[in-house]
Design a binder for this molecule. Structure first.
Ligand SMILES: [Zn+2]
Length: 166
């Protein structure tokens, strides 16, 4: 994804008020982010464990989304698969993250949910080398497919939150 400044990140948020966007904590280590290896940017709220933020690049510019992890999914020890990176190695907690939809729909209580890596590790997960136990396939192509799949699923989620046709 393209480099974003703090200002651009704040401006990108679609499902919170302007004053909430002005207050939200910025991603830690923003100046160290390797944007070329990111299909989306995600971080947790250091003050509220359940709250997370993601910024997804779309054709219409970056879309920022405030997420809330469901209590039940944070307590559950049952293994779940992330719906975006589809990491099958289950090395991280996966939570059900829920987003208020943008605009009137969100104010009416309309939400969208997705199973997502608890600490937003998807971009690292998709770049892990495929298991060497599976022989006879092109590891680079597998990683490229995973990256494309992650970018597409993130983009679709952003479109659903914004309310665009997909
Ligand atoms: Zn993931």
């Amino acid at each position: 994804m393209d480099i974003l400044s703090q200002e651009e990140i704040r401006d990108a948020f679609v499902n919170c008020s302007r004053s909430e966007a002005a207050e939200l904590p910025m991603p830690p280590g923003l100046h160290e982010v390797d944007w070329s290896r990111r299909e989306y940017l995600g971080w947790r709220d250091p003050r509220t464990a359940q709250r997370g933020f993601i910024v997804i690049p779309t054709e219409n510019g970056p879309v920022g989304i405030v997420l809330r992890a469901s209590d039940a999914s944070m307590r559950s020890n049952a293994p779940s698969m992330c719906g975006w990176c589809q990491d099958v190695q289950l090395t991280h907690d996966v939570y059900l993250y829920v987003a208020k939809r943008a605009g009137q729909a969100g104010r009416n209580g309309d939400t969208v949910g997705t199973m997502l890596c608890g600490g937003f590790e998807c971009c690292e997960n998709v770049r892990r080398p495929p298991s060497p136990s599976i022989v006879g396939f092109d590891a680079e192509a597998v990683v490229a497919d995973r990256i494309a799949g992650l970018a597409e699923r993130a983009r679709r989620f952003a479109a659903t939150v914004v309310g665009a046709r997909i």
